[in-house]
Write a protein that binds this ligand. Structure first.
Ligand code: ACM
Length: 554
């Protein structure tokens, strides 16, 4: 089944934006009951631990993503010049050092990370106690009392997520890089938290415009703050090939030599790619690399004439059309190419998945598309990875264990949807990134200076107000592995551009991936989201001040 043609037409001002789905009363009532049953705090502030309240105390649990359970109570912990970060194992130390790096510049405190015994200070503990195990491989508990702030988890990933919670409980000024006035207090009580989904992703398109290693690291830090755990890197497309492949060197040196608009482009050396992978891992994100095939391949076709059916290399491409390129499905050399690329990429990718694209193959016949996927999926398995593909993979024969990424939108045809639903019923897992909800490159309104609008205008509420568990009718809830917020970059070329399109929508998709469905409530969410604004200001994130959100005055 062919997809709709994705275009980069100018904003359609005539097409009304579909209003957000109303919250069903029954669901809302159910949510309130569940929240009450779970003892989620009503966000009443705990008493100040000492003296007059100089800095506003963030009520326990008033964070993004919403925690599973927050029980406020008692005096909370205050970080002072005497605070130590107490760790035991090397894993605890790594998370402790990370926390210290966040806290030291703004607090001005020494915050030694120490293995010394003691019941006070900030205590980081990984242990297999039943209370931790029940929260799974990414869950954690934060216990804030006058004497100590304890984060416990079954794993270092959970400990790291707990640290993100503590960051958000502290005043926003903690994010600044120079010494600020405290006090540095965390409200008293206990948070127990674990994710709804194990796959919480954002994608960065480094092909349409190239982004440097430092820019990618910056984006990773932003995703980590909201407990995302996957970074999907769109490494190849018509406009640029961005990863060095030793057996086909011109892919990077020539295919990576430009970008949309004709700039100089760029590519990651293998060492640089590994540096990104390692940095992401240090923030508990797994890199999912994508080589988009058989369409979106002009950069490769331009680099090697033999990959073209007619043996003639096309010129490099710097426009924004889609659907015009295809690898030559009938040539043997195509599969030598795929084997080499997948082998080299898999060897430097510790993560489980390798994304093979498959979207908008409008210049490949359906028969060829199916034949291509039949040959390429086993190559991914041969090199020890699981196949991910855009949901057009469902139109071929998804391999055992393959994951399809749904990127449809309100005008996606019923037949195409049905194909995805059937694949899910037959065991293919889904990651949901509906283009008119989670695509971070869609304009917010017709006036948004950046972005595209082919899937519609996506304001903050629309982006947040859907349920991954019920979004695709007929899909078994357990077929949904998680969500992704893709950031395509046809119109985006700087980190400031990325910030403006990702914020405030990225935290909303992160919340859909993390928080229990019972906490889903726009009215409540928009307040928590608004409270993030001073943090973004402190971090230098220039975000879109949506009129839908009650931002605090600056
Ligand atoms: C896509 O937006 N072409 C996956």
């Amino acid at each position: 089944m062919r997809t709709r043609h994705r275009t980069t037409r100018p904003v359609r001002t005539t097409r009304p934006v579909r209003s957000a789905r109303p919250v069903r009363t029954a669901r809302l009532l159910g949510s309130l009951l569940l929240v009450a049953a779970a003892g989620v705090s009503s966000f009443a502030a705990a008493p100040a631990p000492s003296g007059a309240a100089e800095a506003p105390l963030t009520p326990l649990g008033r964070i993004v993503p919403a925690p599973m359970k927050a029980e406020a109570g008692g005096a909370g912990y205050e970080i002072t010049a005497r605070t130590r970060i107490r760790v035991g194992s090397p894993e605890e130390r790594r998370v402790g050092e990370y926390l210290a790096k966040v806290l030291r510049p703004s607090t001005g405190y020494e915050l030694p990370v120490t293995t010394g015994e003691g019941g006070d200070g900030i205590r980081l503990r990984i242990s297999a106690e039943p209370e931790n195990k029940v929260l799974g491989g990414e869950g954690y508990r934060v216990i804030s009392t006058r004497g100590s702030l304890t984060i416990t988890s079954w794993s270092d990933a959970g400990l790291f997520h707990g640290v993100q919670t503590v960051r958000q409980q502290l005043p926003a000024a903690v994010e600044k890089k120079t010494k600020q006035r405290g006090p540095w207090r965390v409200a008293g009580g206990t948070i127990k938290d674990m994710p709804r989904y194990g796959y919480r992703s954002t994608m960065l398109d480094v092909s349409r415009h190239f982004f440097t290693v430092d820019q990618v690291k910056h984006y990773i830090d932003q995703a980590a703050l909201y407990k995302m755990n996957k970074l999907h890197l769109h490494l190849s497309d018509d406009q640029g090939w961005r990863i060095a492949i030793d057996s086909w060197p011109r892919l990077a040196t020539y295919g990576g030599s430009t970008q949309v608009g004709g700039g100089k482009g760029g590519y990651y050396t293998k060492a640089q790619y590994k540096e990104i992978v390692a940095y992401a891992a240090s923030r508990h994100l797994e890199v999912v690399p994508e080589i988009d095939m058989p369409g979106h391949t002009n950069a490769a076709l331009a680099s090697y004439a033999e990959l073209n059916c007619d043996g003639v290399a096309p010129p490099l491409y710097t426009g924004t059309a889609v659907g015009f390129s295809s690898l030559c499905v009938k040539k043997d050399v195509t599969y030598d190419f795929v084997d080499d690329v997948v082998r080299e990429l898999a060897a430097m990718t510790p993560g489980e998945y390798l994304h093979i694209g498959g979207d908008e193959a409008h210049s490949t016949s359906h028969e060829d598309f199916v034949a291509f996927m039949d040959k390429v999926q086993p190559v991914v398995a041969k090199y020890g990875k699981k196949v991910m593909g855009w949901h057009q993979l469902a139109g071929a024969e998804p391999a055992e264990g393959a994951v399809a990424q749904y990127w449809g939108y309100d005008r996606t045809g019923a037949a195409e949807r049905e194909q995805v639903v059937n694949a899910a019923r037959n065991g293919t897992k889904l990651v949901l990134s509906p283009a008119d909800r989670s695509y971070l490159d869609m304009k917010y309104t017709a006036d948004t200076p950046l972005g595209l609008s082919w899937a519609g205008l996506v304001e903050v509420r629309r982006s947040y107000d859907w349920d991954p568990g019920t979004y695709l009718q007929g899909v078994p809830a357990d077929a949904v592995m998680g969500v992704e917020a893709p950031l395509w970059t046809e119109t985006l070329s700087t980190s400031a551009h990325l910030d403006y399109m990702a914020f405030p929508r990225l935290p909303g998709i992160a919340e859909l991936g993390w928080s229990p469905a019972a906490t889903h409530d726009w009215e409540q969410y928009k307040g928590r989201l608004a409270a993030q604004a001073p943090r973004w200001d402190a971090l230098g994130i220039g975000f879109y001040r949506s009129p839908q959100v009650p931002w605090p005055a600056r």
